[in-house]
Design a protein around this ligand. Structure first.
Ligand SMILES: [Zn+2]
Length: 340
């Protein structure tokens, strides 16, 4: 789009919308963005100051009746302003979407009419946690519920839909190191908003022993929360687990390397309520069994394959049982297993 046209369009919109609503904000010159924000792994440093000023403002009160506000345009003078950040984000969104559409009609038509995920995934809303960490091709495979602290309590209905209606054979609960919800829940929550307090009630983090390294205690809190969430899931879906139609797996995504297995590591810490190192080893061995290691793409569920998925899962569980039985007399192997 030419600059002149953009200015014309903006002027027209400006007259039509902004003047009509008597907005006091001045119009800034419409100039194309020169600086492109890094696309991947944004550090967010530029926003640190702006963010700091927002903190401690207390909770916002909801409006009594729905209101309509003006459509915002380019009035901002600095790229750190909320409107500038909003525009930049959306600009990138449309660029990314254009690229994503290049997958083509065949890609999208494959799942246009049916949702057939293999996993119901519950993870934290944290922006540093994204599905690429554990699934490069999550379309129609990860039915994902996200909330602050990856809790079951706040999203009953959504989780029920995944397990009871979509019949995913796997419930995967993923916590992450550096979780703000875990930190908040292990401290004083009395000054937080009611909504956040209610959300954090879903996390029960044990108090760290005195003198413990803060980061270590935090990481342990993250793992404890995953175990707690798995336990809640087993309370509700135990019958399905017992029948072999559901496996509940708890995992931690560790982008801080707090667990010492490398930054970005995705580690399983709980399987159906078991968290012992040797059992996790056995489970990993079962996952990586050559005959169970179907290529990812072909491993996806297809119409009518629910029974097959359950069957192959039962096979995996059989292997686990054998592995656990044979490993029960071995000494714990620690965390040095070679994954992949
Ligand atoms: Zn979190």
């Amino acid at each position: 789009m030419g600059l002149q046209r953009l200015v014309k369009m903006t002027s027209a919109l400006f007259l039509g919308v902004v003047v009509a609503t008597a907005c006091k904000q001045p119009a800034a010159a419409v100039t194309p963005e020169k600086e492109v924000r890094p696309h991947k792994a944004k550090e967010g440093k530029a926003r640190a100051e702006a963010k700091a000023t927002d903190e401690g403002k207390g909770q916002e009160k909801g409006d009594e009746k729905p209101q309509k506000y003006t459509v915002p345009f380019a009035w901002e003078t600095s790229k750190a302003e909320p409107l500038a950040l909003t525009r930049a984000f959306l600009k990138e969104s449309f660029e990314d979407n254009k690229t994503y559409m290049e997958h083509g009609p065949k890609f999208f038509s494959a799942f246009a009419d049916a949702e057939l995920p293999r996993a119901t995934v519950i993870t934290c809303s944290d922006s540093r946690v994204q599905p690429q960490a554990w699934d490069e091709t999550s379309e129609n495979d990860d039915y994902t519920i996200r909330n602050f602290g990856n809790t079951l309590a706040s999203d009953d209905g959504s989780i029920e839909y995944g397990i009871e209606q979509l019949h995913t054979p796997l419930l995967l609960i993923i916590g992450h190191t550096g979780c703000g919800a875990v930190k908040a829940a292990s401290g004083d929550t009395s000054k937080l908003s009611k909504g956040m307090q209610a959300q954090l009630k879903g996390l029960q983090i044990p108090h760290a022993a005195a003198g413990k390294n803060e980061n270590q205690a935090w990481a342990e809190g993250v793992i404890a929360n995953v175990h707690n969430q798995v336990a809640s899931a087993l309370k509700k879906y135990g019958k399905r687990v017992q029948s072999g139609s559901l496996t509940v797996v708890g995992a931690v995504f560790d982008f801080r390397d707090d667990l010492g297995q490398g930054p970005g590591k995705f580690a399983i810490v709980d399987v159906n309520g078991n968290g012992e190192a040797e059992r996790m080893e056995a489970f990993m061995a079962a996952i990586n069994e050559p005959e169970g290691k179907a290529p990812k793409k072909t491993g996806k569920r297809e119409l009518g394959s629910t029974e097959e998925a359950v069957h192959s899962l039962a096979q995996v569980q059989g292997i686990i049982t054998r592995e656990v039985a044979s490993a029960s007399n071995d000494s714990p192997g620690g965390h040095e297993h070679s994954h992949e």
